[in-house]
Write a new protein. Structure first.
Length: 135
């Protein structure tokens, strides 16, 4: 690199980013709205890069690079509905921002997300992690 800047890798292993068009932009907007929902509650979150695409493993719905402020979300995750997507975005943000590991006792941080919690509960859980990492 020159000038002291490093370019962030915007690709993830086995994840194919979609090229931006109106449809992809609309899907990305849904994810960004969830991030701004947290910011509008007064949470001081860093800028997070969001990529929309498809994972080669059809069971993977989202990915994050630990502690690197970038998440990848699949079309399939977006199509699961607003509450599922919110849970998934909160999950990936906790990986990307704080490097959180999976916790099978937590509905939004379990590896498989077999339980979907409502908006208020997901935000409440996210805030607990936020408080823990911002002391």
């Amino acid at each position: 690199t020159t000038g002291g800047s490093m370019k962030k890798r915007l690709k993830a292993y086995q994840f194919n980013n979609h090229k931006m068009d109106e449809a992809v932009y609309a899907k990305r907007r849904q994810v960004m709205d969830i991030i701004y929902e947290l910011k509008n509650l007064g949470l001081n979150l860093p800028r997070v890069d969001v990529r929309i695409g498809k994972d080669e493993d059809c069971l993977v719905l989202g990915k994050a690079r630990l502690n690197d402020n970038i998440i990848w979300v699949t079309d399939k995750a977006i199509n699961q509905g607003e509450e599922y997507l919110r849970n998934l975005v909160h999950h990936e943000l906790l990986h990307a921002i704080y490097g959180c590991q999976h916790d099978e006792s937590c509905p939004i941080m379990s590896a498989t997300q077999s339980v979907v919690v409502n908006k208020n509960k997901s935000i409440e859980i996210f805030k607990k992690y936020y408080t823990k990492y911002n002391k």
